[in-house]
Design a protein around this ligand. Structure first.
Ligand code: PMP
Length: 355
């Protein structure tokens, strides 16, 4: 279906003149900087943080562009991918009028962000194998549906979503389709960034929070058409990525080998946990995972969760989430952490083994 960005863009955003920051006007490194009301003496810390960072993160995006094979001007960087989710809603969805479609069970922030922005939410549950019900999704679309969020590999189920199904939705929907690939590095599935050139209504999100081990720095990526990227850049807060984050990630990207080693180790540990779970009577079902966590079904999820907390082992109780009855989501830890978890589960009271 033909995608017309102006049809989904909120009219006042199309008209918006973005904030022009001091550093937009002069980007040279040398000079006497009396334009941004900074502290000229340096910082109170050992490192100097007294100057505002590059608002468009050009050096960092240049490096990300090389590893992701996406042009610099089609990359948006956010304070975590959570910032991208929120900005998309604010750019495209009129509060009180428009809606988004989400596919439960899925990542919770799509719903929270929509609620914060007073945007209606249509829910089309995944199948029991956590795949898309493409016909039902497309039937749920109405004239005010602006964004469909697809998470693959999906959180909390861990599976990858069938590629052809995602493409079917992208092709048939005339609004924006977000493919959230936060866990893509733990999967053998190629990224949807290769589809950007074919589909101007596609936006792919990834993050440095998982495979790269940089959750605390808060750096999320969104890859999209030039036009969509321009819009999100236009409405973002001027200095949304700190200088410390930009510099640290810039250096970290050179160490892709270390990232790949950590990912390989996490995948090995995922197999280790899975094999151990298979031998346990307590674990009724293990869902196949393409992520750095496993969704498992136990007879009594809440009780098991509480028992693990008593043992200072914290997992995520997903038993109240649709299609995740009596399920716990367990992040893959180090070998020592995984062994502690297994030991605790093996020693759990008999009452946990029955519903
Ligand atoms: N998408 C998914 C599917 C996630 O699970 C998460 C974090 N748990 C995010 C996005 C947010 O990631 P970030 O740390 O980049 O905000």
């Amino acid at each position: 279906m033909a995608f017309d960005l102006n049809k989904i863009l909120r009219p006042h955003i199309a008209q918006l003149k973005p904030y022009s920051s001091a550093r937009d006007e002069y980007s040279g490194k040398e000079g006497v900087f009396l334009d941004a009301n900074e502290n000229p003496f340096g910082s109170i810390t050992a490192d100097d943080f007294n100057r505002y960072p590059d608002p468009y993160q050009f050096a960092l995006k240049t490096k990300i562009s090389a590893i992701k094979d996406v042009p610099v001007d089609q990359i948006f960087l956010g304070n975590g991918s959570d910032e991208a989710i929120d900005l998309l809603m604010r750019a495209f969805c009129r509060p009180g009028l428009d809606n988004i479609i989400i596919l439960p069970p899925t990542y919770g922030m799509y719903e929270v962000s929509a609620e914060v922005n007073d945007i209606a939410i249509k829910k089309v549950n995944l199948t029991k194998d956590f795949q898309l019900r493409t016909d039902a999704i497309l039937e749920a679309v109405d004239e005010n549906t602006k964004i469909i969020f697809i998470c693959s590999p999906n959180n909390p189920s861990g599976n990858k979503v069938d590629r052809e199904d995602i493409l079917k939705v992208i092709k048939a929907f005339d609004g924006l389709v977000v493919v959230d690939e936060a866990y893509i590095d733990f999967s053998d599935e190629p990224s949807f960034t290769t589809e950007l050139k074919n589909h101007s209504n596609l936006l792919v999100m990834q993050t440095f929070s998982k495979a790269w081990g940089l959750a605390s720095l808060r750096l999320g990526m969104a890859f999209a058409s030039l036009e969509i990227t321009r819009i999100i850049n236009k409405i973002k807060p001027p200095y949304n990525i700190s200088g410390l984050t930009q510099e640290t990630v810039l250096a970290a990207i050179d160490d892709t080998d270390k990232m790949k080693k950590m990912v390989a180790e996490i995948m090995e540990e995922r197999d280790f946990l899975q094999q151990a779970f298979e031998k346990m009577d307590l674990i009724k079902k293990i869902y196949p995972s393409h992520a750095n966590f496993l969704l498992v079904e136990v007879p009594a999820a809440k009780k098991t969760y509480d028992y693990l907390i008593e043992n200072q082992i914290i997992v995520r109780d997903r038993s109240k989430v649709v299609l995740c009855n009596e399920c716990l989501r367990i992040s893959v830890g180090t070998r020592a952490e995984n062994e502690r978890l297994l030991e605790a589960l093996e020693q759990c009271p008999a009452e946990l083994a029955t519903a």
